[in-house]
Design a protein around this ligand. Structure first.
Ligand code: ZN
Length: 231
């Protein structure tokens, strides 16, 4: 039986590395992304570019890479009051979570991914969530993902396996994983074409890629890259 996987893909560093990880392991890999009314549309614009660059640079992966699915979850942006979906400054909230946290986001993403995987006959779901150096988002935690796997399998009478290749590694190790999977060509592709910046900045180019250089996503990506090249 060929093993099929569906990767939650946002064209960022983490999900692009996860996509490469899946393409090394599974016979057929499809991608899913979400338009949830994020303020900065750049990640939606970068998706086809990253996928095209992967196909061009890695022919063996290209043969396994199937369709890309973009799901409209605009309702999430309409009911969320966060710095990713509204024009407000990124700030810490009273509950200790940054206001870039979109409540329910990963729970919904996994649920819709599972619904699509069910239809597509894919057993494996792959997501780039991580609780090593993250923004404290509770829906990135290992226990949250494991609970979701149980809930999805009970609720859909299936046997999905939710893979989180980055859960226990830091951003420097994520760069290293990319190099293990696809050599310097993949590291270059991630630097050049993936997007992590919360401000949607594609004007400023750094060693680690494009971004404002100051938002939490840029800071994580930059410090991880510096640790990676120093190692
Ligand atoms: Zn930034």
């Amino acid at each position: 039986m060929p093993e099929a996987a569906l990767v939650l893909f946002s064209a960022g560093q983490d999900s692009t590395t996860c996509l490469a990880w899946a393409l090394e392991r599974f016979d057929h890999v499809e991608t899913i992304g979400f338009d949830y009314g994020q303020r900065h549309r750049i990640e939606l614009e970068m998706r086809p570019k990253v996928l095209a660059a992967l196909r061009e640079s890695f022919p063996a992966w290209s043969a396994r890479l199937g369709g890309d699915h973009l799901v409209d979850l605009g309702i999430l942006g309409r009911i969320s009051e966060t710095s990713l979906t509204r024009d407000v400054e990124i700030a810490m909230q009273d509950n200790g979570l940054p206001n870039s946290f979109v409540p329910g986001r990963n729970l919904l993403f996994l649920t819709f991914a599972a619904a699509l995987a069910y239809r597509r006959g894919a057993k494996h779901l792959v997501t780039g969530v991580c609780e090593t150096d993250y923004s404290g988002y509770p829906d990135c935690r290992d226990d949250t993902i494991k609970a979701m796997q149980v809930a999805l399998n009970l609720g859909m009478e299936t046997r999905f396996v939710v893979h989180t290749p980055l859960m226990w590694i830091d951003k420097a190790a994520t760069w290293s994983l990319a190099r293990e999977l696809g050599g310097n060509a993949l590291v270059e592709l991630i630097r050049e074409d993936t997007h992590s910046c919360y401000q949607g900045d594609r004007a400023h180019r750094h060693d680690w890629g494009f971004g404002c250089g100051a938002c939490p996503a840029c800071e994580l990506r930059a410090s991880g890259y510096q640790k990676f090249v120093a190692a």
